[in-house]
Design a protein around this ligand. Structure first.
Ligand code: ATP
Length: 201
């Protein structure tokens, strides 16, 4: 099956796009969901995380304490690398396993950090970027989560830039302030039809 890597910055619209593709018959594999499962109580990554960071970052029920970990990796970039060194290979393995079992017109891997992690290039046939300007990303995430602009800015500061994403994109979905939901859907539909006609490799 054709494998698409779908990425974009925080609040760019990846989830919205992925939901439509799922409805239209693609096999959607969300690496955020996989990361969540790996770090839930008893999750496959939890032993390695405890070995690397001790119990301070683990909740009473044995899950990763996301808020504590977020704080730690902002304070200490090396901790981010260590955490990603544990999680990214496991996410990759699980995503490939799910893809082998998937049925659909093509596979879509939703990977927020596709450009940053560097390991996805060889695992997908095409990279699709949901492109959005910074101010609109901040406004959308604020409306959704109530995070402050500063907190959103901190998250964005460790994500790839718009230019870095566009530089590796095979397909681009524009979703800036002028893009209505209908316009977003229309672009997504157009690409869906194109991908349905495209053979892998
Ligand atoms: P994250 O990486 O933070 O999970 P995301 O890239 O998956 O974000 P979405 O959750 O799809 O982004 O979109 C962010 C928010 O913006 C959602 O509430 C979504 O409904 C809204 N949104 C996305 N695109 C548009 C648009 N064109 N017009 C209006 N609202 C939009």
């Amino acid at each position: 099956m054709l494998r698409i890597g779908l990425t974009g910055g925080i609040g760019s619209g990846k989830t919205q796009v992925a939901n439509w593709l799922d409805q239209w018959g693609a096999a959607v594999i969300d690496t955020d969901v996989i990361a969540h499962d790996l770090t839930a109580p008893g999750g496959l990554a939890m032993t390695a995380i405890q070995d690397a960071f001790g119990k301070a970052l683990i909740t009473a029920d044995g899950a990763l304490d996301r808020a504590a970990m977020r704080e730690r990796v902002f304070q200490e970039p090396a901790a981010r690398e260590r955490l990603e060194g544990i999680l990214h290979p496991l996410i990759g393995q699980e995503a490939q396993k799910q893809a082998r079992q998937a049925s659909g017109s093509y596979v879509v891997f939703v990977v927020p950090l596709l450009v940053e992690s560097g390991r996805w290039g060889k695992q997908v046939d095409r990279i699709c970027v949901v492109d959005c300007d910074r101010a609109t990303q901040i406004a959308r995430v604020q409306a959704r989560s109530g995070l402050t602009a500063e907190a959103i800015g901190r998250i964005m500061s460790v994500q790839a830039t718009r230019q870095q994403r566009l530089a590796v994109a095979d397909d681009v979905i524009r979703n800036d302030a002028q893009t209505t939901i209908d316009m977003l859907r229309e672009q997504t539909w157009h690409l869906h039809q194109q991908w349905c006609r495209t053979a892998p490799g």
